[in-house]
Design a protein around this ligand. Structure first.
Ligand code: PEP
Ligand code: MG
Length: 541
């Protein structure tokens, strides 16, 4: 069925994620949808309120429990009310930590002390166990995160100024639905998620007089929305749409080596944003996973600060791809990727504390992730990417942190392997000084950020995003230099930004000398087709 053409009464915006869907509007123009956790200023009272909330929840549980369970719950309540637990966290807040980090850091230290206490008796039901403390830690972290941003009904069309990635990730898109944004940007993270997931999205509508519940059609390919459409309702597309059209390998189950026009082998890998992306990936048809955006895998501070949660997610990816190499990127929080309760949306400057800057400023988070990454590296070929690196000292600091956590795992007898650490090339200062990054084992170019930083035009700012796109000439001059520098150093280099998933962009990257691309699963077929010998001429190689 052909896509409807825009009629005069349609509202024009810009296409951000192709596809068409209609449904009742959910109007979320109230900025409260973007509500984040407590700010630093009131971190102490936020923590005290979260502890009080946890105590209240435990009391309610205790009131309904049998006598034995109630005894244990009451004991947990006593522990939470004990100053010995709260005071170290409050001291950390006084030194500048936010409430979730202060609480997690203080509780981890406490748990470590109990872990090492060999005098504790397993027979005493009231012996403080690390597992109980860990439960308390997560209960308070959940309370700190507060109510998650209000979700909206499945199948609805979300209408708002913007849509936080965390809300996109928690929403159930299996019943269809679409996104219509008054502002927004096609190169924002939420647009990228919508494209991966096949959710139609239109941005830049400016204003829209629509009522809650009014039927709306969103055409994400043509870039318009229609109120009260007269055409029959479109069938929602369940996710995953269908197995993606991977071209079948010629003879065997093994991936046919992709080649450039000069016959050199090209590695073609996939980018993963969430574990559900695994459903779209046939490991036999990829060379590996070139980028896992781990920041999209954890939707609350309790998850992001839970080592087991990290390990379990990484293990599932490593097992799914059956021996193919996996590159896991450390949390790239900040910018347009807040984690409510841990990283405020309000401090979301792309030039601020983001990626490795945030991780080094809050090593508690980095240590948890480093341990999980090293445990995952014992299961298969895992390497680790550091986001938003600017100077070599950041890599050295992170390498030291990995060494310290490796010692700790060794002491505990936990199986682990020390993965190679590579860096994202997305800050121009790093791109221009590759030779100084002696500790980086490999490089991966993030063209999405490199373009916004080269053009000084934020990728989520509709008023200037056209400049971002027009920085391509500058980008390719720099890419030329970066590719030559990596090859002179003899270090692997790949490209994992969206440009690699665009056939024309990928053709230019191959012509520049790149031989390792990582693209969204939905872009694999198009890129492989571009690289096939019959099409290379047409692609302009
Ligand atoms: C990039 O910047 O190109 C990149 C791959 O990282 P992200 O899009 O997650 O910022
Ligand atoms: Mg980036």
């Amino acid at each position: 069925m052909a896509a409807p053409m825009a009629a005069p009464c349609d509202h024009r915006g810009k296409a951000a994620s192709p596809g068409r869907a209609q449904g009742p509007a959910y109007v979320a123009l109230d900025p409260a949808v973007n509500a984040t956790g407590p700010t630093k200023g009131d971190a102490r009272s936020a923590l005290e309120a979260a502890v009080a909330q946890a105590v209240e929840d435990l009391r309610a549980l205790s009131a309904r429990a049998d006598a034995e369970s109630a005894g244990l719950l009451d004991f947990q309540i006593e522990m939470l009310l004990d100053d010995e637990i709260l005071t170290p966290a409050i001291e950390r807040i006084a030194q500048g930590d936010g409430a979730p980090l202060a609480w997690a850091g203080a509780m981890n230290a406490y748990i470590d002390a109990f872990d090492g206490d060999s005098a504790a008796s397993d027979d005493d039901p009231f012996t403080v166990k690390a597992a109980d403390l860990s439960d308390l830690k997560h209960r308070v972290l959940d309370a700190l995160a507060g109510r998650p941003p209000a979700d909206f009904p499945a199948g609805a069309v979300y209408v708002g100024h913007d849509l936080p990635p965390s809300l996109f990730l928690t929403h159930d898109w299996s019943k269809g639905g679409a996104i219509a944004l008054l502002r927004g940007s096609a190169v924002s993270h939420v647009a990228m998620l919508a494209r991966t997931r096949g959710v139609p999205m239109v941005i830049g509508l400016g204003s829209l007089a629509v009522k809650d519940g009014q039927t709306m059609l969103v055409d994400g390919a043509e870039g318009f929305v229609r109120l009260d459409p007269t055409e029959p309702s479109t069938v929602p597309i369940p996710f995953p749409v269908k197995p993606l059209p991977f071209p079948a390998p010629a003879q065997s189950r093994h991936v046919a080596p992709s080649s450039s026009s000069v016959g050199e082998k090209v590695r073609l890998c996939v980018n993963i944003n969430t574990l559900s992306d695994l459903e779209m990936i046939d490991p036999a048809l990829i060379d590996g996973v070139g980028l896992v955006r781990t920041e999209f895998m954890f939707l609350s501070p309790a998850e992001a600060l839970n080592e087991e949660r990290h390990f379990d997610g990484y293990r599932r990816i490593v097992e799914h791809v059956k021996g193919r190499p996996v590159t896991l990127r450390m949390l790239d929080l900040g910018g347009d990727k807040p984690l409510p309760g841990l990283v405020d949306a309000g401090s979301g400057s792309f030039l601020g504390q983001r990626g490795i800057r945030l991780l080094l400023a809050h090593p508690e988070i980095a240590r948890i992730q480093a341990r999980a990454l090293m445990r995952a590296a014992a299961l298969g070929p895992v390497s680790v990417l550091l986001p938003m690196v600017t100077v070599p000292e950041e890599v050295a600091a992170m390498a030291r942190l990995f060494d310290e956590e490796a010692d700790r795992l060794a002491l505990l007898g936990t199986p682990f392997a020390r993965p190679a650490l590579g860096i994202m090339i997305e800050v121009p200062a790093a791109a221009l000084t590759l030779d100084l990054f002696v500790e980086a084992a490999f490089f991966s170019v993030g063209t999405n950020d490199l373009m916004q930083y080269l053009s000084a035009a934020a990728r989520d700012e509709p008023a200037v995003v056209h400049l971002n796109a027009r920085s391509e000439t500058a980008l390719f001059r720099l890419m030329d230099q970066v590719c030559a520098a990596a090859s002179a150093l003899g270090k692997p280099i790949s490209v994992c930004g969206d440009l690699a998933g665009d056939p024309e962009g990928a053709a230019r990257l191959l012509a520049t000398g790149f031989r390792d691309l990582s693209v969204a699963p939905s872009r694999l077929a198009a890129i492989r087709a571009m690289m096939s010998p019959t099409q290379t001429g047409a692609a302009g190689l």
